[in-house]
Design a protein around this ligand. Sequence first.
Ligand SMILES: Nc1ncnc2c1ncn2[C@@H]1O[C@H](COP(=O)(O)OP(=O)(O)O)[C@@H](O)[C@H]1O
Ligand SMILES: [Mg+2]
Length: 355
Amino acid sequence: MTSAIVAEGISKTFGDVEALKSLELDIPEGSFFVLLGPSGAGKTTTLRVLAGLEKPDTGRVLLNGIDATKATPAERDLAMVFQSYALYPKQTAAQNITSPLRARKLPKSEVDAQLKRVSELLHIEELLNRYPAQMSGGQMQRIALGRALVRDPRAFLMDEPLTNLDLKLRVEMRTELTRIHRSLGRTFLYVTNDQVEAMSMADKVAVLREGTVQQVGAPTEIYDGPANRWVATFMGSPRMNMLDCTANGRLEGEGWSLPNPGFGVSGDHRAVFGVRSEDLSLEVRDEATALEGTVYAVEPLGDRTLVDVEVGGQRIVIKAPPTATYKVGEPVRAAVDMERVHLFDAESEQAITRR
Ligand SMILES: Nc1ncnc2c1ncn2[C@@H]1O[C@H](COP(=O)(O)OP(=O)(O)O)[C@@H](O)[C@H]1O
Ligand SMILES: [Mg+2]
């Protein structure tokens, strides 16, 4: 697969803040690529460096294989969509959308044709004569998107574009954006701190923490096979359960013991056992692969019930059916799906693979 955008060993410091530390990214042509990380991880800085709005201290930016590190933003031909809509208040939606084309002095027939194409794509025909003050946040975000789409750039860089929308609209716009991506076939580089957005929209995700890429892969690859303890905890809600243990022929923690399903350790290895709440069940069939504990809290959520259980001195969360009725203080056993458990080195926090 050819690469649309490559970041090669990009470092960027602001004063004594190392925002990016030798960052590596390879974004395939036509993909919906999500850069996922918590606030302060360096996501915006990455986009700004790629777009040419910020000069990296070291490293190179390649666009379709050609070194663009010294190219101006205009030469790079990348469209940015920001979290704030940045619309011109005194222009109508139509004028806002077509401003990049009018700036380039395109003939009116061409401008009108592009406006028609984009407004059909975004379903905003009825908004075109409105001013920003007459639109909702979701409508303004669509117009801002329209202004990026009208240009037909090499790729779209989007910086948390849905963050300011309410939950219902955010869910709607996720579907919209994936539909738009599919119909345009262009490269999308989408920044978010929301792992649900990453899971639902991305072809490929790069997880960013403190200016370095922790893991790159398809959303399910990362969810099912996190490279380290931090990624495991960041991807998924509720968070992956973690229990301290000693790993050898068995995994032994305080008040529990399970067979080692093949993790490659030798000697008594200090480790952290990880299991997601959906890979635990309160219906125990095999006593040999169960954890014992007492119910600490019960949280009914409608479509499922989360049961908090204390095991040894630590707590785990179990996803139970909505009909589950458990009482606080009640002793329970949780069956573990041993095919889906994880083990991390206690020291390095890296995942330990199975033999
Ligand atoms: N212009 C700037 N001046 C000083 N520090 C900055 C500047 N831009 C970003 N930073 C710092 O760099 C780090 C990464 O910021 P940013 O790229 O905005 O992260 P994110 O978008 O993931 O929240 C943060 O610690 C931030 O405070
Ligand atoms: Mg940011």
